[in-house]
Design a protein around this ligand. Structure first.
Ligand code: SF4
Length: 745
């Protein structure tokens, strides 16, 4: 009887489980469909040539109200133009009645400087009268003559209100303070621009800033972003382009003339905008496209001027686009639609010769090719997930890939988000592999952000192939490699644990070896992740960990069923070479390698309690730094950085904030390095300094290995920093967050 009841219960449980499974599959199916649908709405609207000129009509006009300017910009020559014929409001109205403009939705009134025209409001009215169904109008200004600017824009806004049309404006702002004035060649322009911005912000007018990036202001863009955030101003960023309309073909010393560091710095910056600032997917796509062009690729978005836009200058002349089109005719003398229809060979020429490399920020949908690429990436992102809805067996279709006949080694991990410490780890692992297996080995490194890892391998001159972690290549190379390595970094609570897990599974199905190489373990709080790490360890043929505590944890997870070895952090062996080879002359500098205090190590506390603690910690840390500077008679407190990428937190952002809030009245000179960090630059900085205050884990490791005088702040609450110092018997250098916070109370 009891047995019958138990069996009945068992059957019921099985039924519930199978129902849950079924629901899970339904959910999985719908999620997969959603991934596909997500990108379906993108398309690339290209013009289809038609023999009938009446077939052509456009949505948007870039209307140059004037061809003169009162600025003296370093990336433009329009201000060198002399005033010539300018259409009147009446003439403009006549031009815009042409059928080419019958579907007009938006006109951007630009220049030169449009507010130099006294009749600017009448121009706005002429546009609306000619095309009463227009949706909205906008303008852009340099705000140099702020009284005139406000007077003429106010009147233009009134016109738009009268006809119930949308209005928005953009203010050119290329940097903070002197940086802007230098770019614009106009003293005091930053302040006047700010007054105009505040005036319109207070009026509730839709206003944004536009920052044009050239060689002159490239290192000031992060300061600009901080300024915008602090002042709650919305801004957009563009890279200066050669633009026919601006007569700037000879400005090649400042336009698109970035060196390698500047280019990489901009790639990091545009990622920062996408991931933390810009919310609109259209503008995010423009930024992705800029990143791709900066990296040597092509434009990823279309352009409204391929089919929907036209440029109309103040003489009444038409062009297909501002950057590359020649003048195609005069709309005062000829029908605009006829001009547009009869010169399409010019548009084809532009598309065939310029568009793929054009970095100008005309916003549009992504190209068909990019739609395809994103769909593919989404699919592999879904496959390479811990709880993937795509069965593991799907990999069977993918062929194993070899670069050559050589032994092939596949290294995975969190590359793409690497700190300077992770760069050292990768360099050391590769050096050791080459030593063990010879130089005739092919090494593949997977990356979450291949642009970042590409830079790492160039910096360290590593002979490896970088592949996108979320791609078919991940599966193909993992299957084709004789050795698969989880290369450094911590096996911790990260969704990306799926990468080593799947790579190890693939290697096992192909009969190859797996190694956990120089990793740490933890923090691990989530049960699912603990199970995944356990699986990774079971799949490994060799386990080499970076500290004794990680070895203890691994043994616990494995019930001591496997051999786990403590080999130390590979970065330590890499930095050790510098200790032996190079010595820098010391200067009276106190260097700090800080990072923002984040919640992940304090999850036992309520978040509000954490925030209060964080504030006390920052105050206490500033106090500690100032006291230390006094103690060692430092002539300079310098903030340097182990990480420059927004994913994982750009330490330069923390320094900007920290200096602004706590070091304004410092008697000792305070500086921060806003340039890029490399293993070399960090070693040099540490060796030069009289004392180093280290917070980032690998800054502690670097400072200790280089045998410098240092203090270590354990933001890991007894985690990896404590473990490292304990292993090398340097706990005397350790400062706790609690201890520092007490100084701030
Ligand atoms: S050159 Fe640039 S602005 Fe001109 S049509 Fe091509 S993408 Fe658009």
């Amino acid at each position: 009887m009891v047995r019958l009841v138990i069996n009945k219960i068992k059957r019921k449980i099985r039924k519930v489980i199978s129902q849950i499974k079924f629901l899970k599959w339904i959910d999985a199916f719908l999620r997969l469909k959603k991934i596909q649908r997500k990108f379906d709405y993108y398309s690339n609207n290209d013009i289809i040539e038609d023999n009938n000129e009446n077939a052509y009509s456009i949505d948007v006009i870039n209307l140059n109200a004037t061809d003169i300017c009162n600025s003296g910009c370093t990336m433009c020559n329009i201000w060198k133009q002399k005033k010539e014929f300018e259409f009147s409001a009446e003439e403009l109205c006549e031009i815009l009645k042409d059928p080419l403009f019958n579907n007009l939705k938006h006109v951007g009134v630009t220049g030169g400087e449009p507010t130099l025209r006294k009749d600017l409001p009448q121009l706005f009215e002429a546009i609306i009268k000619a095309q009463p169904n227009i949706h909205g109008l906008s303008t852009i200004t340099n705000c140099i003559r702020e009284k005139n600017v406000i007077e003429r824009i106010d009147a233009s806004i009134e016109i738009c209100k009268k006809y119930n049309k949308g209005f928005s404006m953009m203010v050119s702002l290329d940097g903070v303070g002197e940086v802007h004035d230098k770019v614009r060649g106009t003293k005091g322009n930053f302040e006047s621009a700010l007054r105009v911005i505040n005036y319109y912000k207070n009026k509730g007018v839709s206003i944004a800033t536009g920052t044009t990036i050239s060689k002159v202001n490239v290192w000031g863009v992060d300061d600009m972003l901080v300024f915008l955030r602090e002042n709650q101003i919305y801004g957009r960023f563009r890279v200066a382009e050669f633009i026919k309309r601006l007569y700037n073909d000879n400005r090649n010393e400042v336009i698109r003339n970035f060196d390698k560091d500047e280019t990489y710095h901009l790639i990091l910056f545009f990622y920062k905008l996408i991931l933390t600032y810009e919310k609109d997917p259209t503008f995010q796509n423009t930024y992705y496209s800029i990143i791709n062009i900066l990296s040597g690729g092509e434009r990823l978005i279309g352009c409204p001027y391929h089919s929907n836009g036209v440029v109309l200058n103040s003489k009444g002349e038409l062009a297909y686009c501002a950057p590359k089109s020649k003048i195609i005719g005069n709309a005062i003398q000829q029908k605009a639609q006829k001009i547009y229809a009869e010169n399409l060979s010019e548009l084809s020429y532009i598309k065939n010769n310029h568009c793929s490399s054009c970095i100008h920020d005309y916003h549009a949908q992504i190209t068909q090719n990019e739609v395809k690429n994103r769909n593919i990436k989404s699919y592999w992102k879904e496959y390479l997930k811990i709880d993937s809805i795509i069965p593991f067996s799907k990999h069977e279709k993918v062929k194993a890939q070899k670069i050559s006949e050589n032994m092939q080694i596949f290294i995975t991990g969190w590359y793409g988000t690497e700190t300077v410490g992770d760069k050292a780890i990768l360099a050391q692992i590769i050096a050791e592999l080459k030593l063990e297996f010879g130089t005739k080995t092919d090494i593949i490194v997977t990356s979450l952000f291949p642009h970042i890892t590409q830079r790492t391998i160039e910096e360290l001159d590593l002979q490896v192939t970088v592949i996108d972690a979320y791609s078919e290549s991940f599966v193909a190379y993992a299957k084709g490699s004789e050795l698969v390595i989880m290369g450094g970094g911590p096996l911790m609570d990260l969704d990306e644990l799926a990468l080593p897990l799947i790579a190890f599974k693939l290697a096992k199905t192909s009969g190859h070896r797996n190694v956990v190489y120089g990793c740490g373990l933890g923090p691990l709080f989530i049960d699912r992740n603990i199970r995944v790490v356990k699986k990774i360890l079971y799949l490994a043929d060799e386990i080499k960990l970076r500290d004794n505590e990680s070895v203890r944890l691994a043994n616990k997870l494995l019930n001591s069923s496997k051999n786990v070895v403590m080999t130390g952090d590979p970065a330590k062996r890499f930095v050790d070479q510098y200790q032996k080879q190079k010595t820098q002359k010391q200067k009276p500098i106190l260097s700090c390698f800080l990072r923002e205090l984040t919640y992940e190590y304090f999850r036992d506390k309520n978040y509000d309690v954490f925030l209060e603690m964080k504030q006390n910690f920052e105050k206490g840390l500033a106090e500690f730094i100032l006291n230390k500077a006094k103690e060692i008679n430092a002539e300079e407190i310098r903030f340097d950085h182990m990480h420059n990428f927004v994913v994982g937190n750009d330490d330069r952002d923390f320094s900007r904030y920290f200096i602004k809030n706590y070091f304004q009245s410092s008697e000792v000179k305070v500086s921060y390095n806003n340039r890029l960090s490399t293993v070399d630059s960090i070693v040099e900085s540490m060796q030069q300094s009289q004392h180093n205050i280290c917070m980032r884990f690998h800054s502690v490791l670097f400072a200790e290995t280089l045998q410098t005088s240092f203090s270590a702040i354990d933001y890991t609450s007894g985690g990896k920093i404590f473990n490292y110092l304990s292993d090398c018997d340097k706990l005397g250098c350790l400062l706790t967050v609690d201890g520092i916070s007490k100084l701030g109370k």
